[in-house]
Ligand binder design. Structure first.
Ligand code: HEC
Length: 136
């Protein structure tokens, strides 16, 4: 039993970070996990950034792959965007509405706060968490 537990713990570190844990530690203070559009409008003044469900849905809507059936490629491209944005947020790359950028400003860079594994894990989480969960 003990050996099994130790194996599981070793597996945990071997297979890298847990995306949801990284989200809770590094993103949640600004990006709310779930919120409906009508709720966002109500509490807009108190929000620090767009909810993560909105971020995830917007990226998937905007980043279109030619062969749209090819979800594997789309997933990789969206994840690559998120992974990069964490360290290099910029008005040049943001897909946020201008009104929202006016309100929130551009995200501060989290360079140095997350390992490459953690950025990968959280980017995958942002994609997968909201598969089939639309922002409405
Ligand atoms: C200090 C607040 C803050 C933290 C912490 C933060 N963000 Fe952001 N984020 C913002 C704001 C504000 C925006 C909207 C403006 C912009 O696009 O830069 C944003 C935008 C984004 C975008 C771009 C959305 C778009 O439509 O282009 C992504 C992707 C993103 N955040 C991911 C993350 C991830 C992943 C984390 C955690 C690892 C994180 N953010 C942590 C404030 C934050």
């Amino acid at each position: 039993m003990k050996a099994l537990l130790m194996l599981m713990m070793a597996g945990y570190t071997l297979f890298g970070a847990d995306g949801y844990d990284v989200y809770k530690k590094q993103c949640m203070q600004c990006h709310v996990e779930m919120m409906e559009k009508k709720e966002v409008l109500k509490v807009f003044k108190t929000l620090k950034s767009p909810p993560m469900i909105e971020v995830s849905n917007r990226l998937k809507e905007n980043i279109l792959i030619k062969e749209d059936d090819d979800n594997i490629i789309k997933r990789r491209v969206v994840i690559a965007f998120i992974k990069d944005y964490i360290e290099n947020p910029s008005i040049d790359y943001s897909m946020c509405h201008l009104g929202a950028i006016d309100r929130f400003g551009i995200m501060p860079s989290l360079k140095g706060k997350l390992s490459s594994d953690e950025r990968q894990a959280v980017a995958e989480w942002v994609y997968d968490r909201y598969q089939g969960v639309s922002f409405k």
